[in-house]
Write a protein that binds this ligand. Structure first.
Ligand code: F6R
Length: 240
């Protein structure tokens, strides 16, 4: 793991977008693993600027998102499908047929997991997987557990995740379940970029850097991947 500490979230967003620019310009049909949540938004804004300036194109890019809520229509304003379209896809020249999401309403979760794994394989694997981190150390929606997971599965969200994400849903109770890529799917990515900003992430970031690898701290598995970049702002890095 290579950890880089920046002054603030804006600096991270510039550096992260540069990493994407290098990849996309050297491999215009790259396969990107994408994340939702507040953390990647500034990076997506910089990617949109780069697209508008003619520095990058998404026309041959394939994407796979990490996760999607269950029991929510994909066009609901709070779905991750909507989030990605509002924050990136509708603003760049991406080919919608190359955009991939887990179906949170799939009637057969095992079949859905297999479908996603096969689609990732058929695309040639994920070149660069973007991750945020939960305050409890989750990556995608792999919550603290007794074992590391492998392929995508349906997860019961923990109270800590619900407490962190309920704010996006206002007065409407947020979903209790999600379909998420598993730890194995994430670890098979060729390169991983994890971004963490803000003091609320400091404990999880510290645990990630302790070197202990345990499914109780799902992000700790990243210690076993040989190409991981961690970008932190000073607040998230404050316990290092
Ligand atoms: C989102 C995801 C989650 C978030 C994490 C941090 O696709 O998989 O693991 O990355 O919950 O969320 P934010 O960035 O909102 O703090």
């Amino acid at each position: 793991m290579e950890t880089r500490i920046f002054e603030n979230a804006e600096e991270i967003a510039v550096a992260a977008a540069e990493l994407y620019k290098e990849l996309i310009n050297s491999k215009p049909d790259a396969v990107l693993g994408l994340a939702t949540g507040a953390t990647p938004v500034p990076t997506y804004q910089n990617l949109i600027k780069m697209y508008e300036n003619g520095e990058i194109s998404f026309k041959d890019i394939t994407t796979f998102n990490l996760d999607e809520y269950c029991d929510l229509d994909k066009n609901d304003k709070n779905s991750y499908y909507t989030f990605m379209h509002e924050n990136l896809f509708s603003k760049v020249d991406i080919d919608e047929s190359k955009v991939n999401f887990l179906d949170g309403n799939a009637p057969d979760c095992d079949a859905e997991s297999k479908r996603y794994a096969e689609a990732i394989k058929a695309a040639g694997g994920i070149d660069l997987q973007l991750l945020g981190i939960g305050t409890n150390g989750h990556i995608a929606f792999n919550e603290p557990a007794d074992e590391f997971t492998d392929e995508a599965f349906k997860v019961t969200l923990t109270q800590s995740t619900i407490d962190s994400n309920q704010k996006y849903f206002g007065d409407v109770p947020m979903p209790r379940y999600a379909m998420t890529m598993g730890i194995g799917s994430i670890m098979r990515s060729k390169k991983i970029l994890l971004i963490a900003t803000g003091e609320a992430k400091a404990d999880a970031v510290k645990a990630l850097h302790s070197g202990e690898v345990t499914p109780r701290i799902p992000c700790s598995i990243l210690n076993q991947h040989d190409d991981v970049i961690i970008m932190l702002d000073k607040a998230a890095a404050k316990l290092l």
